[in-house]
Write a protein that binds this ligand. Structure first.
Ligand SMILES: Cc1cc2nc3c(=O)[nH]c(=O)nc-3n(C[C@H](O)[C@H](O)[C@H](O)COP(=O)(O)OP(=O)(O)OC[C@H]3O[C@@H](n4cnc5c(N)ncnc54)[C@H](O)[C@@H]3O)c2cc1C
Length: 479
């Protein structure tokens, strides 16, 4: 395939007008780019394409190799330096996205890197066909500069049962018919971020499988407009928003879907795992190893903002010198610094597996767990320092109205330099970040996205060297 130039935001948006079956509150959406809610998610995602054209970012966002130019997300990391650059790019785009990750290339390339590693292992085990398909699909996404979602999490029904033991066999995505030219798949994935506005969706298994689970051990890529694919969008946080009261979420949005495969045909060329149950768990976990590194990279602007917002509002309220305030600010500074330090060190202490640099799994999981476990506590500190106006302040209109403006300006000012309007804007930003539907979304995202708290702990437990630690303990005990 001949390489195409990088796309601009308009070309990206145009590519989403492709007849995809997206539903919002029960209604089919004819054009996602014009939809009042999904259109916002499209604009947010377009940040990625705008950055590639922006001289402030283009060196970071674009790789130039001879005559070829492509998005850095698509560069397979081969070293610690590559991982650090990728972290920098992910953090920079999330900063542009006002702490909301852009994700349309981050998550897809996490899946592609995992597929490269596992595809090579499968080739060694006697399944050479996948590796070539994965490389071709990677080049297709890179050369067309595509936006890619990843649907890994199945709906899962009864969590205590595996795929084949469920009352309904479709609760994990499975193959229902085999054809010489491909397979037909049925089932549903859930929480699929950015699917409404991606070009391709990579589908991965969510867990290890047993030999009898062959039909569920399937990985593939599908265009978002494939016949039989239905994207049922979540309406969470979709009420119209005033940009003064909600300076972040009035402009930035990510949307998840219930992603239904109503007998979708997948041609052989796009199948990356088909019945090799022994590789299902490895593929599921390898994706998560890459994806949690993406997660801790994109959390950094959020943690910086929490510390910065706490400091700014403490100043506005005139409490910056109080001992308890310094203590709380120090906690937020340490929280940000610990996650940042672990993220950098996870990149620096990476391993190169099948030619792909993988960030240190123990450090990545500890960083992600530390972030997730302390997020609500960080929100509590910011809310504590800000005061109750986060949820009781008058409206944006009250600052402008002849009847109310003088009262608001007279009574809602803070310390010198913080008149009512400046303090009000700061409180609105913090309210949007921590006490709005967007704030709730960030909290659930912290707990569950890229795998829940228990999944991170399990991985950290497996990776930590308890053997030598326990040897040391036994030696000092003289046993
Ligand atoms: C905002 C957001 C965006 C996301 N984006 C994506 C995406 O783009 N692509 C994607 O594939 N996924 C995505 N996810 C999914 C995310 O990875 C899952 O939410 C996460 O893995 C938890 O799965 P779940 O939501 O089904 O919860 P559950 O797995 O049902 O977890 C609920 C509780 O049950 C516990 N539990 C579950 N199974 C067991 C068991 N067998 N034994 C004991 N305890 C158990 C869990 O530990 C947890 O305490 C996203 C999630 C969120 C919230």
């Amino acid at each position: 395939m001949t390489a195409m130039a990088l796309r601009n935001a308009e070309q990206y948006k145009e590519s989403l007008r492709d007849g995809r079956a997206v539903y919002f509150r029960g209604e089919r959406v004819s054009d996602v780019t014009l939809h009042p809610v999904i259109g916002l998610a499209v604009e947010h995602a377009a940040t990625d394409y705008r950055m590639a054209e922006d001289p402030r970012y283009s060196e970071l966002a674009v790789v130039s190799e001879g005559a070829e130019r492509y998005s850095r997300y698509y560069q397979v990391p081969a070293s610690a330096a590559d991982l650090l650059k990728r972290k920098e790019l992910i953090a920079a785009s999330t900063r542009e996205g006002a702490t909301l990750v852009v994700l349309i290339k981050e998550i897809g390339t996490d899946a592609l890197f995992a597929l490269h590693v596992v595809g090579t292992q499968m080739a060694r085990a006697g399944h050479p066909e996948y590796r070539e398909r994965i490389s071709r699909f990677h080049r297709h996404c890179r050369d067309q500069d595509l936006a890619v979602a990843v649907a890994q999490t199945d709906v899962k029904g009864d969590r205590s049962l595996g795929p084949g033991a469920q009352a309904d066999p479709d609760l994990y995505v499975r193959v229902v018919a085999e054809r010489p030219d491909g397979v037909i798949v049925r089932g549903a994935k859930v929480h699929t971020s950015v699917a409404t506005n991606a070009n391709e969706i990579i589908v991965l298994p969510t867990r290890a499988m047993r030999p009898e689970d062959r039909a569920w051990a399937i990985a593939f890529a599908v265009p978002a407009n494939a016949p039989g694919l239905k994207l049922i969008a979540s309406p969470h946080g979709s009420a119209p928003k005033d940009p003064i009261e909600h300076p972040i979420s009035a402009r930035h949005k990510m949307i998840e879907t219930l992603t239904v495969f109503d007998d979708v045909f997948i041609p052989n060329e796009r199948i990356f795992l088909r019945g090799e149950t022994e590789f299902s768990g490895t593929l599921a976990l390898d994706f998560v190893r890459f994806h949690r590194f993406t997660a801790i990279s994109y959390k950094l602007p959020l943690l910086e903002l929490m510390a910065g917002a706490a400091h700014a509002v403490a100043e506005a309220n005139g409490i910056l010198r109080a001992a308890h305030v310094r203590d709380k600010l120090t906690q937020l500074a340490a929280y940000h610094t610990i996650v940042r330090g672990l993220t950098d060190y996870a990149a620096i202490s990476c391993t190169v597996e099948e030619g792909v640099a993988v960030a240190n799994t123990l450090l990545t999981n500890v960083a992600k767990y530390h972030f997730a476990h302390h997020y609500h506590q960080a929100v509590q500190i910011v809310q504590d320092l800000a005061g109750g106006l986060l949820v009781t302040a008058p409206a944006a209109e009250d600052l402008a109205s002849e009847a109310t403006s003088a009262y608001v300006r007279k009574y809602l000012g803070g310390s010198p330099g913080f008149d009512a309007e400046r303090r009000f804007r700061l409180l609105n930003m913090i309210g949007d970040l921590t006490a709005s539907d967007f704030g709730g979304y960030q909290e659930v995202l912290a707990v569950h996205a890229e795998g829940g708290l228990e999944a991170e702990k399990l991985q950290a437990y497996r990776e930590y060297d308890f053997k030598s630690a326990a040897d040391y303990a036994r030696r000092l005990a003289g046993i």
